[in-house]
Design a protein around this ligand. Structure first.
Ligand SMILES: [Zn+2]
Length: 396
């Protein structure tokens, strides 16, 4: 059994006005990328030599020394907290790598990133100042942002991030949107009614969530709906000659489309998460090995974005006082009979229905899984008998 926790933070996002000045931010982000890659190289060398992780403190000390050298003096243009944040993040990624390896989970060490694919840097208390009239000073420049909401709480971090639009469009990273993400200690609360409703959900392709009570949620395969438009944009791009202005335009068009799909998906997730956290007090899910599913189901999985949906759902549940519980990955939810507990070991992925040889119940694969998720989850939390099986499974 496992329960993943999600950090309870409120993030306020603002878009920065388009301006020539934004080049300054782009160059700061690129500089962060350069430092990131330098740190990765140091880590890799250290790992090759000693087979263990370079600790964050020694790395920090080393970086401070480097900044005093002529060769690296330009690093001082980036706030020292941003550099510290880079070192911390790599440290965390390495710790995760070693932890995974200890548990036999395969994962890679953090890797180099092309500078133009590098997206952001993060500051804590210093290196920025919020000014009146929705202006913010970052480093030595002042920027205006769209004041879309009020910032509540004390600021913990500020992240300056460019979106994908800019990165691949031009080497010099001059075009594209820049956002600031402000994380505060503000804790949001929302009132949601206690309903006493308990449900188990199974993730799927066609049916996004198969519910143990039959109230399923269909998938809005957004990408598929937009596939033709995107395909067209892709073809259009491939016709343009490299380095041309038209190619740049076509690329921006394509990336804008991708962004639209991502926004629509995010909307769908928020709405659904809001609805479910109003309706149910307890929701049970299976811990999915998303990577394995990607291999199995291909592109559609990333289209559905289960992981980011769960993040939103957990966030809303936590501020509404509802419970999300994730049952262990190795509970064979689709292979056990939810009526008698028989384990049907040979169930293949393509079998959508199966008949239990022990008790004769005909199961819909996903529905049966959702029952099992509910049963295991409810008994783990001691919610008593939630046997959902009065009439469902036995059919002709
Ligand atoms: Zn059975």
């Amino acid at each position: 059994m496992s329960e993943r926790t999600c950090p309870l933070v409120k993030t306020f996002c603002f878009k920065i006005y388009h301006s020539k000045k934004n080049r300054y931010l782009h160059s700061q982000i690129s500089l962060a990328g350069e430092i990131y890659n330098h740190c990765i190289a140091l880590h890799k060398r250290y790992y090759r030599m000693y087979k263990k992780s370079l600790n964050a403190y020694s790395l920090q000390k080393h970086l401070t020394k480097l900044k005093k050298l002529d060769k690296y003096s330009h690093w001082n243009q980036l706030g020292s907290q941003a550099i510290q944040n880079i070192a911390d993040r790599i440290d965390k990624a390495y710790k995760l790598f070693f932890r995974n390896r200890k548990h036999g989970i395969k994962s890679g060490t953090p890797n180099f990133k092309k500078r133009r694919n590098y997206k952001s840097f993060t500051l804590k208390q210093a290196g920025y100042k919020l000014l009146d009239n929705n202006k913010i000073k970052i480093g030595i420049q002042t920027f205006k942002y769209f004041n879309s909401q009020d910032i509540q709480g004390d600021i913990k971090t500020i992240t300056v991030k460019r979106d994908k639009l800019c990165s691949s469009v031009t080497r010099r990273n001059e075009i594209g949107d820049i956002y600031i993400y402000i994380v505060t200690d503000f804790i949001e609360t929302r009132i949601a009614p206690r309903t006493g409703e308990i449900v188990g959900f199974d993730f799927g392709l066609k049916t996004f969530l198969t519910a143990s009570n039959g109230k399923d949620i269909e998938s809005p395969l957004l990408f598929q709906q937009n596939r033709n438009t995107i395909r067209k944009a892709n073809r259009n791009l491939s016709k343009k000659s490299k380095g041309s202005k038209n190619r740049r335009k076509a690329l921006m068009n394509l990336e804008r489309l991708h962004k639209q799909v991502a926004n629509k998906r995010s909307d769908f997730h928020w709405k659904l998460a809001n609805e479910l956290t109003d309706k149910y007090d307890f929701m049970f899910f299976e811990d999915l090995n998303i990577k394995a599913m990607q291999r199995l189901w291909g592109r559609k999985i990333s289209d559905l974005g289960f992981y980011s949906f769960m993040q939103k759902l957990k966030y809303l549940a936590s501020i509404k006082g509802k419970t999300i519980f994730i049952i262990g990955r190795f509970e064979p939810s689709s292979k056990s009979c939810s009526v008698c507990g028989y384990l049907y070991k040979d169930l293949e992925l393509k079998e959508r229905e199966w008949c239990c040889p022990e008790c004769g119940t005909l199961h819909d694969r996903d529905r049966n899984a959702s029952y099992n998720i509910l049963i295991v989850g409810a008994s783990t939390l001691g919610l008593g008998d939630v046997s959902p099986l009065p009439t469902m499974a036995i059919s002709a």
